[in-house]
Design a protein around this ligand. Structure first.
Ligand SMILES: *Cc1c(COP(=O)(O)O)cnc(C)c1O
Length: 317
């Protein structure tokens, strides 16, 4: 197994950048997790840095995960496995067969992609793990989206990083917004806040797909799993804001308004955002600030990456 030098120590801080004063009456800042210097960055790269440690510390020779092979998650996991010189096996739902930039990257990284119907996912994963073990190999399975304690841990660290950056910059963010999908990013940020004990600010996950009930429960379960025996003592219901008002009908859907916001931010700030996650959530955040009449606040938006998706849109996908 080879080492990936970047993941051998803690990641460097990602920059927090002030945006122009174009967004109503609030000051908006962006935390550039899209600039994590591995495989086009993003929150999956941050999560991968934690999974890397687990894989390194066990005698793993094949990394398995579940997800669409056009996803940011699968791209990063496949890239990490390639970098470590071990095999990567992706179980992918056959219902999503779009060929996007990530799909091509996953193939370039040499991952094997096995498709199965969505309702056969668990058994396919179990069969495949078993088959590897029977061959005398040692598989490591990463839950879809980088869900699970290592993924949560990566954003607990990001939360602490934000606190350090605030202290150094002499400023305080009243709100932290981000795109919420499988919920590990949000679970990590909220655990970071609960552990720090500062309940003044609000962390708002803008759902890009799930409804409040399901999405919120998944985030809560991840928080419970991470905090373990300290959950009852630390958890506060008001710390978990999973807003499903800006889903626009579900995963992957967006409107012309979202595109306008994306083009505006690109032209004004030079920051690319995709339509599935970051642009959709940034647009949702602007809606949230308006609807809740939030003014005169300092707002931090976490840019969670997805650069290849930005280029998909440019080439008409
Ligand atoms: C996966 C992803 C998200 C959602 O993160 P979760 O931790 O799954 O909620 C947001 N933005 C981008 C670009 C992603 O790839």
């Amino acid at each position: 197994m080879r080492e990936i030098a970047l993941f051998e120590r803690e990641l460097d801080e990602t920059p927090i950048q002030a945006l122009s004063d174009s967004y109503d009456d609030n000051r908006i800042f962006m935390k550039r997790d899209d600039l994590i210097p591995f495989s086009f960055g993003g929150n999956k790269a941050r999560k991968a840095a934690e999974f890397y440690k687990e894989i390194k510390n066990a005698d793993i020779d094949v990394v398995m995960t579940y997800g669409s092979n056009s996803s940011n998650h699968c791209r990063i996991v496949a890239n990490m496995a390639a970098g470590m010189g071990i095999s990567c096996h992706i179980i992918s739902p056959e219902e999503h067969r779009e060929v996007l930039n990530n799909t091509k990257l996953v193939a370039d990284f040499g991952a094997s992609v096995e498709t199965c119907p969505v309702d056969k996912v668990s058994e396919t994963i179990e069969h495949r793990k078993e088959a590897y073990r029977n061959e005398g190999r040692n598989p490591y399975f990463i839950t879809g989206g980088g869900h699970g304690n290592p993924g949560t841990e990566s954003y607990v660290k990001a939360y602490r990083e934000i606190e350090r950056q605030e202290k150094r910059g002499g400023l305080y963010f009243d709100y932290i917004f981000h795109a919420s999908g499988t919920g590990a990013t949000q679970a990590g940020l909220v655990c970071g806040q609960l552990l720090s004990g500062d309940m003044k600010r609000k962390i708002v996950g803008i759902s890009i797909a799930r409804d409040r009930e399901r999405g919120g429960n998944v985030v809560k379960d991840s928080i419970r799993e991470y905090l373990a025996e300290t959950f009852e003592k630390l958890y506060r219901e008001e710390a978990l804001i999973f807003d499903d008002s800006y889903r626009l009908g579900g995963y992957g859907n967006y409107t012309e308004e979202v595109e306008k916001t994306i083009d505006f931010v690109m032209q004004r700030e030079g920051i690319p955002m995709d339509t599935t996650y970051v642009g959709k959530a940034f647009h949702g955040m602007l809606g949230f600030l308006r609807e809740h009449q939030i003014q005169g606040k300092r707002i931090l938006f976490v840019h969670t990456g997805g650069a290849p998706l930005y280029f998909d849109r440019l080439t008409g996908k």
